[in-house]
Ligand binder design. Structure first.
Ligand SMILES: Cc1ncc(COP(=O)(O)O)c(C=O)c1O
Length: 443
């Protein structure tokens, strides 16, 4: 090219959740059936869509209006419904004009960071869902800025660390939180949320709260940001991909809180609406389905049944993995993920797992050359057992480990997957664990 056409932040655009699929397909080609534990799509994991939900969508498909554009902000009756739902809780009060629909939250996330002034930073949790951290890093043309979440405290955000960053980096203008968390399954307490809002208020920042899993908390109801936001400007992100679940609809929205309290925030919000106008609008039909689906007599039970199943899977995984010396983990309380962290000194740099198929063994040996110890473990696990998980470092964290899901519907099969991974960890980290034990018993 005559000029360098590559954006300075392009190297930040990585998404290992799907990236690992290419490797898994190559392993599959060697005859190994794959257990897909990498992707947070309940439908791909066999979640049946209830007949009543399909009937609602089928009936919409018979309406001409479902095939047209809708207003830029989104279908008015749906925004009215969502605003009433929000206002009914008594926290932040919004009007339908404070809601803006996108083609999935992925679209919303990318739009929000792209429209931020280049020098402006949003600090996010570590670990974090990579679409946020990558988009923020790409926008700034450098590494994302993060606050620490502690695996020993169920991945609770370290508010002192957050405040330190905010205090000493004046470019930070916003705080991102993901509640319930991906990849951790953490659900933030009211106190933590109040602490984050307090920091935002004192340093004159806005908040982005990704609440796509807000109704998938199984350890009691998750507190939405709207309940504690007070007068701090914020963007709350929600969607139907996980809750209905209908990820293929590509339908999510932003709710704006306290848009008028800060003129600069107000102009930024206006730019979000203007940018959507250039694209005309988001997909119409999924938006039209929301009020009818969410008020259906079976809806709450449908979501509750899934929550209980994820809770059971979380217990199975937590009970098994917490017996292992080599790893540590928080007990998931919401969403449908679990992050497992290798304790310091337990993950070997040269570990191997037995792979009977010579061609596959040689293939994976070629792939682990130069890989981090964590990726090496994940690649060997894939080739030796067919289980496909995601390296934890893909989630903007220094912790070495991996993320798996709680989505498997057959709990016997899930138990087998968990047992297989646990046995693989024991075997893989066995020499390190034995060395540790020896070091502690040798005077
Ligand atoms: C925390 C979080 N936010 C947003 C998204 C993207 O959702 P959507 O399907 O609406 O693009 C995901 C998807 O996994 C997610 O985990």
């Amino acid at each position: 090219m005559r000029n360098n056409i590559v954006h300075a932040g392009s190297s930040e655009l990585t998404y290992e959740i799907r990236g690992i699929v290419a490797l898994a397909r190559q392993v599959e080609a060697h005859g190994v059936p794959i257990v897909w534990e990498n992707i947070g799509d309940p439908v791909a994991k066999g979640e049946p869509i209830p007949a009543w939900m399909k009937e609602i969508v089928r009936d919409l498909a018979l309406q001409d209006a479902a095939y047209g554009y809708c207003p830029t902000e989104g279908v008015l009756t749906t925004r009215q419904f969502l605003a009433e739902l929000r206002n009914g809780r008594g926290g932040a009060q919004i009007t339908p004009n404070d809601i803006l629909f996108f083609n999935g939250l992925g679209d919303a996330i990318s739009r929000v960071y792209t429209l931020l002034r280049r020098e402006t930073r949003v600090i996010g949790p570590s670990p974090a869902y990579p679409t946020h951290s990558s988009a923020e890093g790409a926008h700034a043309g450098t590494r994302p800025i993060t606050y620490h979440c502690d695996p020993a405290r169920n991945w609770e955000p370290d508010l002192a660390d957050l405040e330190n960053h905010v205090k000493f980096n004046s470019a930070i203008s916003g705080i991102l939180l993901i509640n319930p968390g991906n990849p951790t399954g953490a659900v933030y307490s009211r106190e933590i949320l109040e602490g984050i809002v307090d920091i935002a208020r004192r340093y004159d920042l806005f908040i982005i709260s990704d609440e796509i899993y807000i109704n998938l908390s199984f350890a009691g109801d998750a507190v939405p940001l709207a309940d504690v936001i007070g007068d701090v400007p914020a963007l709350c992100m929600a969607g139907i991909s996980k809750e209905l679940p209908w990820p293929g609809a590509r339908c999510g929205w932003i709710e704006v809180y306290n848009r008028h309290v800060d003129p600069n925030f107000e102009v930024f919000v206006k730019s979000l609406f203007q940018a959507k106008m250039l694209e005309v609008c988001a997909t119409t039909m999924p938006q039209m389905s929301i009020p009818t689906i969410m008020t259906h007599p079976e809806y709450l039970k449908h979501v509750e049944d899934r929550r209980r199943r994820y809770e059971r899977a979380a217990e199975i995984a937590y009970d098994r993995f917490s017996q292992l010396e080599a790893v540590t983990l928080g007990k998931p309380q919401g969403a449908f993920y679990l992050s497992i962290v290798f304790r310091d000194g337990y993950l070997p740099h040269d570990g191997v797992m037995p792979i009977a198929n010579t061609a596959l063994r040689e293939f994976i040996e070629s792939k682990v050359i130069g890989a981090t110890p964590e990726s090496r473990f994940v690649y060997y696990l894939l080739a030796a057992t067919g289980i496909c998980v995601v390296p934890l470092s893909s989630f903007e964290t220094p912790y070495q480990g991996f993320r798996m899901t709680l989505l498997e519907r057959d709990l016997d099969r899930y138990t087998l997957t968990v047992d297989t991974i646990a046995a693989a960890i024991e075997q893989y980290c066995g020499a390190q664990a034995a060395a540790k034990t020896l070091a502690t018993v040798t005077p």
